[in-house]
Design a protein around this ligand. Structure first.
Ligand code: B12
Ligand code: SF4
Length: 512
């Protein structure tokens, strides 16, 4: 019996696909015959000259907002679609034509793999194409089992919607290794998928929920992600050649706007320092490279562990470079940063979001303060670690004074900051903020207001990035938030700082 693992467009193209490499290694360890299809990179490579805009960050919304249903069910939504105003008609038509070409291309390749199980790793920007490919396969070979897992299947998000399309047999929520194995064993033994923790199924139109996944207790039992089943040459390697890695799963914090921690059942776990060092060594030897990007939600989820990793890396003397997301914290000392730097870690990305006490308290980030952030910037800088940061404008309750406090702070620290990524607040379903919206006086306008008969289940699809929210007191709304963002961007441009340069990687590399 064979399994296919699939990524459809669009997803990041800058590095080899860590999720596919992770699950592929797991199947290999369990001696399961499988094939990996990163259609995202294959199609990017093939169409980059004609269709590069499909992968551009600024166009991600096209894949997952109100046009989603029109692209998924053009006939059913054709009457509603023009009522959107369709400013983007040209690009939507282009996507539609492209899909007619590439969906059969992907579908046929998967069919010829002769797999009995096809597992899609599904994010918000690839849900549409995953569903269309799943539909293509189901129409040709209904007995093939289609499984959805990945970031758009985080617990409580879209499982029911995916299942009710009729194209998906099971949704695996959160950590996927155990679910994938259980599904494989069920199909092999019984010819059908049964209910287990972490799995949702639909039977006779009823939803069955196996409850939360029982997480892997000891991450060290996992094999090193296996990148050799991917078309390594096609990736848009950021120069120099960089591999994504992780040293942990989850995050111990609880920011009010964050959905990511839910992906790992809100639990933080890490690999052992020995495992981490062996993993780096293995990749350096196997792929002759020395640059790594940590995809962890947070590098310092456990400061003591991170210090041990640094010490072990220094001892191993690997001569490698790495970077990742870091949380500014008073639990981190200068000595620790020096060790990290010595281990090869040269850059941090922080979610600073704001420096106003009022806003930070609302975000459940009261452990931050202006003084702490300021001292941390200087400390990291003094040990030779470069830094970029993310900011969120328009948090409920943020006044213009709060906003100016953050703006002035950033300007005052411009010599310590390499790059700023500023945006307005999106309220994702599944976050604390979304769940407490009534209490906070937040109202959210649904992106799609009416659904054609027979397609009412589409209401179940959860948007992640809604601009369409305001507070009942009228103080926060999108134009107001945009005004802050535009003002901020103008000011930092005048100051010579850089905003989101790395987000424009596709445009830049292609223009050379
Ligand atoms: C690193 C990262 C990036 C990097 C990717 C670098 C790279 N090339 O590797 C960068 C910065 C480029 C990036 C970009 C984006 N990202 Co990002 N990213 C992440 C992050 C932090 C880690 C992803 C990762 O590698 N995880 C490690 C792997 C091993 O975990 P995993 O994918 O979850 O897989 C496990 C399970 O989900 C499950 N599983 C996964 N697939 C399948 C399939 C089956 C069949 C089964 C059974 C199980 C299963 O099993 C796996 C092992 O346990 C996640 C946050 C997170 N929660 O993970 C966000 C995240 C995936 N990104 C997200 C987004 C939105 C984006 C952007 C669209 C942002 C933007 N607007 O620009 C872009 C899109 C990419 C692009 N076109 O540029 C969202 C996705 C939301 C959603 N609902 O889908 C996340 C969840 C963060 C968030 N909440 O905003 N991202
Ligand atoms: S520190 Fe980052 S990953 Fe953790 S809860 Fe906050 S935003 Fe989410």
């Amino acid at each position: 019996m064979k399994v296919s693992l699939v990524q459809t467009p669009v997803w990041a193209i800058d590095k080899p696909h860590l999720t596919l490499a992770t699950l592929s290694a797991w199947l290999t360890q369990n001696k399961i015959n499988h094939e990996v299809f990163d259609f995202n990179i294959d199609l990017f490579d093939k169409y980059k000259n004609e269709c590069v805009e499909f992968w551009q960050t600024s166009n991600h919304y096209l894949w997952q907002q109100r046009y989603f249903f029109y692209l998924l069910y053009p006939k059913a939504f054709s009457e509603i679609y023009p009522s959107y105003g369709v400013e983007e008609k040209e690009v939507i038509d282009k996507i539609n034509n492209w899909l007619e070409e590439v969906i059969p291309e992907m579908g046929e390749q998967l069919l010829s793999s002769n797999s009995q199980i096809i597992g899609f790793t599904v994010g918000m920007t690839s849900s549409l194409t995953s569903l269309l490919v799943a539909k293509y396969i189901k129409q040709k070979k209904p007995n093939i089992k289609i499984i959805f897992g990945g970031s758009n299947c985080i617990r409580g998000l879209n499982a029911e919607f995916f299942l009710r399309t009729g194209y998906v047999d099971a949704v695996a929520e959160g950590e996927g290794e155990k679910s994938l194995l259980r599904i494989y064993e069920d199909v092999k033994q019984f010819g059908e998928i049964r209910l287990h923790p972490g799995i949702k199924l639909l039977k006779d139109c009823n939803l069955f929920d196996g409850g939360p996944i029982d997480l892997i207790e000891d991450l060290n039992v996992l094999p090193f992600p296996q990148f050799n089943s991917l078309p390594l040459k096609k990736y848009f390697f950021s120069s120099p050649l960089t591999l994504p890695i992780t040293i942990s799963r989850g995050c111990p914090y609880n920011c009010s706007f964050c959905i990511d921690r839910k992906a790992w059942n809100c639990k933080y776990r890490h690999f052992s320092p020995k495992y981490v060092v062996e993993k780096f060594k293995h990749y350096m030897k196997a792929y002759s490279l020395s640059n790594f990007h940590a995809n962890d939600l947070i590098l310092n989820g456990n400061p003591k562990f991170l210090e041990e990793v640094s010490e072990a890396l220094i001892k191993a003397n690997l001569n490698m470079k790495w970077l990742g997301q870091f949380r500014i914290s008073d639990l981190v000392s200068k000595e620790m940063l020096q060790k990290l730097r010595k281990s090869g870690c040269y850059h941090f990305s922080y979610g600073v979001e704001s420096v106003s006490d009022n806003v930070l308290a609302g975000m459940n980030k009261s452990t931050y303060s202006k003084e702490l952030v300021s001292n941390f910037f200087k400390m990291a800088n003094s040990v030779g670690i470069t830094q970029d940061l993310m900011l969120i404008f328009g948090y409920p309750g943020e006044t213009w004074e709060d906003f100016e406090e953050t703006l002035n702070f950033i300007l005052a620290h411009k010599n310590h900051i390499g790059e700023v990524h500023a945006g307005t607040l999106f309220i994702s379903e599944g976050t604390w903020l979304f769940e407490n919206r009534e209490k906070l006086g937040i109202q959210i306008e649904p992106d799609v207001k009416s659904f054609p008969k027979g397609y009412e289940f589409c209401k179940l699809y959860k948007w992640h990035y809604s601009h369409e929210w305001s507070t009942k007191d009228g103080k926060s709304n999108y134009p107001e938030r945009k005004k802050k963002l535009d003002f901020f961007l103008k000011k930092i441009k005048e100051s010579g700082m850089v905003n989101s340069k790395s987000g424009k990687v596709v445009d830049e590399v292609l223009s050379h």
